[in-house]
Design a binder for this molecule. Structure first.
Ligand code: SF4
Length: 477
């Protein structure tokens, strides 16, 4: 059974542990680089990529500003097609609703397709408490369920697991032979899952998009497991975060083009399933379709006009792959389901600023996340907003969070920055002082605390030989 609760306040401890794990460092480095490069190449092949991003952003902006209207339209259309819509204000309510549906269906086993909302509300634990076994059917999630871990990445949940790790897990839990061959490992998982698909009384999926105009739930994937989950069992439940709405069916093309490319560098994911009501006479599919619309902190996010933008997210994971902090500390350091720059925004919003107040500070504000986001969310701006919210909440200085040396250094820095003359003088002195340490533009090692702490982990950029103000004077003369 996987970890529960929010552990975002432990980000420092978890980050230090991740930084000291060479195996983890290599796994995150190579995987995020592959995904990042894939996105760059895929995006460069699309004429009008920027226009596509602008259009997607405009659609999301419209949806979030009129969410009540579009949600009502979506719910009416689902019910008009014979589906049943349920509204859940929080995770507890969502879990109760899903457990009740499973109970009425007489399901002892539930097959789950990848759904971040179910991770968010800890549905597996709620089902287990009612004696219902749920099995993850996405390969990555299946591996994590065996390992008792949470996802390390939004679109590649087992990003931190090597073939060897997977083989060890399959040997321990499924009595499979040891192998590092991905095809044989996949065959082991497939055998175990086929049995579950055949006997499960209920299927559960998430939603990448929910089309208001047609009442369609859209799920995309690469493995075919979601198609199984949404068609084989008699009863189907879709867990949908309320921000997943898009207005028109025609909008889907825009988002599908952006999502596959931004997430994995694919033109389109292998399967795109459109669930429009339960099955009709002569069709395959579930007899009952339930859509659970989940709030769980989203309405509270809407209440802050600045933070609304975080709800534009289409969960492509591109900001994680671009983020220098995520790439070093990995997904588990963030202490909840969502990680990386988007996790640093939605965790404090969905779980409460007091739970996730450290997260907005886990960023260099370099802007790489904003550059890659397909819906152009201004993530650094929102992180700054959350930082000030967090500071307001804890107005008193946080002796535990920032050491005296850091606070003194920051005060001194602020004082220098406020006086151009003293700043120029200090820079001149520093330039002379650094001669002892600097080689080829970098200081490799400071011998004295506190700067020695910096160079223990990375090089320090030396001051340029000539200050900008002197170069500017030369250029303008
Ligand atoms: S914030 Fe943007 S880049 Fe990050 S997951 Fe969401 S849509 Fe993708």
């Amino acid at each position: 059974m996987s970890e529960t609760g929010v552990h975002s306040r432990e980000i420092h401890i978890r980050a230090i542990s991740a930084l000291g794990d060479a195996h983890l460092q290599e796994a995150y480095r190579s995987s995020t680089l592959r995904l990042f490069t894939g996105r760059v190449e895929a995006a460069s092949e699309v004429p009008g990529w920027e226009l596509l991003r602008d259009r997607a952003r405009a659609i999301k902006h419209d949806v979030i500003e009129h969410l009540d209207y579009y949600l009502a339209q979506f719910a009416d259309n689902v019910e008009g097609l014979g589906g049943k819509v349920h509204w859940a204000a929080n995770g507890e309510e969502a879990c109760r609703l899903v457990c009740d549906i499973a109970g009425r269906a007489g399901a002892r086993e539930v097959v789950k397709a990848k759904t971040m909302v179910s991770e968010e509300i800890e549905l597996t634990h709620a089902l287990a408490a009612r004696g219902i076994r749920s099995v993850e059917t996405d390969m990555g999630e299946f591996i994590l369920q065996l390992a008792g871990e949470r996802p390390g990445h939004i679109v590649a949940p087992a990003i931190h697991k090597t073939r060897h790790d997977v083989s060890e897990l399959f040997t321990a839990h499924l009595h499979a032979e040891r192998t590092d061959d991905p095809e044989r490992l996949t065959a082991v998982a497939r055998r175990a899952l086929r049995e579950m698909f055949a006997q499960a009384g209920m299927g559960l999926s998430g939603a990448n998009f929910a089309v208001a105009e047609t009442g369609t739930v859209v799920v995309i994937e690469n493995e075919g497991n979601i198609r199984f989950c949404t068609t084989a069992p008699r009863v189907q439940v879709a867990l949908v975060g309320i921000e997943k709405i898009i207005p028109r069916f025609a909008d889907l093309g825009i988002f599908l083009r952006l999502l596959g490319r931004s997430a994995t560098g694919q033109k389109l994911t292998v399967y795109t399933s459109l669930l429009t009501g339960p099955r009709r006479p002569g069709e395959d599919g579930p007899e009952e379709l339930h859509v659970v619309l989940v709030d769980n902190g989203r309405v509270a996010t809407l209440a802050d006009p600045k933070m609304r933008e975080a709800l534009f997210c289409i969960r492509c994971g591109a900001c994680l792959n671009a983020c220098p902090v995520y790439r070093k500390i990995g997904g588990h350091a963030y202490g909840w389901v969502y990680s990386g720059p988007i996790g640093a925004l939605v965790t404090p919003e969905f779980t409460g600023i007091e739970q996730g107040r450290e997260l907005p500070f886990a960023s260099t504000l370099c802007g790489a996340c904003r550059e890659v986001c397909p819906v152009k969310i201004n993530i650094p701006d929102l992180l700054l907003h959350l930082r000030s919210k967090a500071q307001e909440m804890t107005r008193a200085p946080q002796p535990k969070d920032s050491p005296v040396s850091e606070r003194t250094a920051m005060r001194l820095w602020a004082w220098l920055m406020k006086g151009p003359r003293r700043y120029a003088l200090a820079a001149r002195l520093a330039r002379v002082g650094q001669k002892v340490f600097a080689r080829q533009g970098w200081v490799r090692r400071f011998s004295k605390f506190p700067l020695s702490r910096w160079t223990e982990g990375r090089d320090f950029p030396a001051l340029a030989p000539k200050p900008f103000r002197d170069r500017w004077k030369e250029l303008s003369s």
